[in-house]
Design a protein around this ligand. Structure first.
Ligand code: RB5
Length: 152
């Protein structure tokens, strides 16, 4: 599994902890920034990560900002992205089992690193259940097809 990670300044420290966690698990990842705690806008970093996820270069993404909200909004502007803000292990489990999340978003100003790493582990280790949940995702795909007007 290849993972792209990104953050703004408010998520920078937690992103570093996530990078260490991915490395410890032997997971191939690329960090597209930001690379310091100097203030930046989360939008560009989220966009870069989502472009590289939706191009097929990566299988999943982890985005971190302060509250996790801005990055979640950016993620879900991309067709095919199911970006899920997870504040605890239950949300991480449901985001995978029921929503087939392909983009975990985290809140650097809320979650301590040890909790975020537990959330990451659950998100990585939980399989999508399919069945009735796939039927719901199919409805979301239909919704995307009706509402996203992609102009390249
Ligand atoms: C940055 O101050 C903060 O607004 C950002 O990290 C994020 O929380 C936005 O949703």
């Amino acid at each position: 599994m290849r993972i792209v990670i990104a953050s703004d300044h408010a998520g920078f420290k937690l992103k570093k902890a996530i990078a260490d966690g991915l490395e410890a698990r032997g997971i191939d990842f690329t960090d597209v920034g930001t690379h310091s705690e100097e203030r930046v806008d989360y939008v560009e970093y989220g966009e870069e990560a989502m472009k590289r996820l939706t191009s097929g270069e990566f299988d999943r993404a982890v985005l971190v900002c302060g509250a996790g909200l801005g990055m979640t909004i950016v993620a879900n502007k991309f067709k095919g992205v199911r970006g899920t803000l997870c504040l605890d292990e239950y949300m991480a489990e449901m985001s995978r089992a029921h929503n087939d999340s392909n983009c975990l978003t985290l809140a650097g100003r809320i979650l301590p690193a040890d909790e975020a790493l537990r959330v990451l582990d659950v998100w990585l280790d939980t399989a999508f259940e399919g069945g009735r949940h796939q039927e719901r995702l199919d409805k979301i795909i239909d919704l995307e097809n009706r509402n996203f007007r992609l102009v390249e």
